[in-house]
Design a protein around this ligand. Structure first.
Ligand code: AMP
Ligand code: MG
Length: 487
């Protein structure tokens, strides 16, 4: 266990120099205070969880103090936003404080979001509000606990600094951890600004530090792109299987590591709705739940375009062709497991699609349906779940197919079935209304709710005593919360 002043820095991205990022100091928040910290994320830095409660912790992550070895930098990148290219973006309100390596030899970027203005702030104020910081914190740690690759969050620091959004709010900072903060948009920036040397330097950096195994391949850059395709296919399959809607899948929000990144107006589905749009500003539904799958490929094509100086177009096209079949295989594998199946049959895809259509038509709660399906034998579970469906004949027909399929899958006891299914079907999910309740309490200075919710979400598959209220369907007001892009 380390104390805060014992972190070891190795700032590899900063060493790439001024063509890649700009030195900027954090702008401190007034009266910084700890809102919530993640013990699991503290462990990634070998930090003793107790240090989160010390005043120096809030000072460090509220922008007042800095380690001597930190080299705070705002990174430059660009990206396709809602399908259109924006030539220059960059860290407008976040800073890469430095890279810390832990005892296991892993490097973790410390990225402070809400740290003030940078040369890339455009019209923005460089700040993040408490509401959005709490949402990012909870989502990062909840996704990780579900087994969905994501950037992590160490803590949220609140303050008395006024920040103006639709109304006056309070400024906050979230300390984000990831092995890298390099996005698809980094590659696009150097490609479209015609800086081939810097682009090659970036590609070497990413290859050496983050995809070293691709070095051994005959065409290392192509192997790296293939790996990015594979990781994205797997990540998006997990989003779709667990009902996660990212909300702003612009290429500047896509991590080169294939991890969920840059949280805005995200949501987990309550009722299953393939057409759900979580971002109130996404009028066309470009990033609706079901569109995430083709958008994943669209984003990879944008990255492929930026890699044309290194890889032939034919090879890039071939690698892009891997995306959909890989996505489908991962998705089907996860959905089979969610249904409690251990074997594969040709008609399984259809079984899943029929169920989702029935759930869509009846507005069935996506998370609780699967959890309850595993509570008891298939026959008993479908009898009990039947009442949730409007199209009873449709559901009965599906239930017969499902029971027959379960019977062919092989014999196991009710206990085995329950254990297997509960291990993949969460009881607790970060519902918008739960986040909203925690945010409302935090905005009035009470942080116990956000801490409790975070605790519950770190063990989503385990039934926790006294936490029944977190495993309910949302109240009506909670289903129609409008989450805007303003954060
Ligand atoms: P996002 O939608 O959060 O991914 O942000 C898109 C771009 O806008 C990035 O370059 C951000 O750094 C920048 N940005 C977002 N909000 C602010 C803000 N309040 N101040 C400065 N820049 C911002
Ligand atoms: Mg972003």
């Amino acid at each position: 266990m380390k104390a805060l002043d014992e972190l070891t820095f190795d700032n590899r991205f900063a060493r790439l120099g001024d063509g890649f990022s700009t030195h900027v100091l954090p702008e401190p928040l007034d009266e910084p205070r700890l809102v919530v910290a993640s013990n699991a994320a503290m462990a990634l830095l070998d930090l003793d969880p107790a240090v989160a409660e010390t005043p120096v912790f809030a000072e460090l992550f509220g922008g007042h103090k800095l380690w001597a070895e930190a080299e705070p930098r705002a990174m430059v990148y660009s990206g396709h936003q809602f399908g259109g290219y924006t030539p220059q973006l960059g860290d407008g309100r976040g800073l890469l404080l430095g890279e810390v390596y832990n005892q296991a030899g892993e490097h973790w970027d410390l990225h402070l979001k809400g740290a003030g203005m940078t040369p890339y702030s455009r019209m923005g104020d460089g700040r993040a509000v408490l509401r959005s910081s709490i949402r990012e914190f909870l989502a990062s740690e909840a996704l990780h606990a579900l087994g969905i690759p994501s950037s992590r969050a160490l803590c949220v620091i609140g303050s008395s600094t006024p920040v103006w959004r639709e109304k006056q709010e309070r400024g906050a900072m979230v300390l984000r951890l990831a092995p890298s903060h390099i996005r698809f948009g980094h590659f696009e920036y150097f490609y479209y600004t015609k800086q081939p040397e810097q682009q090659a330097e970036l590609a070497e950096h990413v290859l050496n530090l983050h995809f070293p195994e691709c070095r051994e391949q005959p065409e290392p850059y192509l192997a790296m792109f293939r790996e990015v395709v594979e990781r994205n296919a797997e990540m998006i399959a997990k989003w779709q299987a667990y009902g996660f809607c990212h909300g702003v899948m612009n290429t500047d929000n896509m991590s080169i590591l294939g991890i969920t990144f840059d949280f805005g107006p995200f949501a987990f589905l309550d009722d299953f709705d393939a057409h759900f749009i979580c971002n109130h500003s996404d009028h066309e539904g470009r990033y609706s739940f079901s569109n995430q799958v083709p958008i994943g490929q669209w984003n990879l094509s944008a990255l492929a375009q930026a890699l044309t100086p290194f890889i032939s177009v034919d090879a890039l096209k071939e690698a892009l062709g891997l995306y959909l079949p890989l996505y489908q295989a991962h998705y089907l594998d996860l959905m089979r497991r969610r249904l409690g199946l251990t074997t594969a049959e040709d008609d399984d895809q259809q079984l899943v699609e029929r169920l989702l259509k029935l759930m869509q038509n009846s507005g069935v709660d996506y998370t609780l349906f699967f959890r309850r399906l595993g509570d008891e034998s298939a026959a008993l579970a479908v009898t009990r779940l039947r009442d949730d469906f409007v199209d009873l004949a449709g559901f009965d027909a599906w239930a017969e197919l499902y029971k027959a399929r379960v019977a062919r899958d092989g014999d196991d006891s009710e206990t085995q079935r329950r254990e297997r299914m509960h291990a993949v079907n969460p009881l607790y999910i970060l519902r918008n209304y739960l986040a909203q309740n925690a945010i409302a309490a935090a905005e009035s200075g009470n942080y116990s709710e956000v801490r409790r919710l975070h605790e519950v979400l770190t063990k989503p598959f385990e039934e926790q005593a006294g936490m029944e209220q977190y495993a309910q369907r949302p109240p009506d007001w909670g289903k129609h919360l409008e989450i805007s892009c303003s954060s």
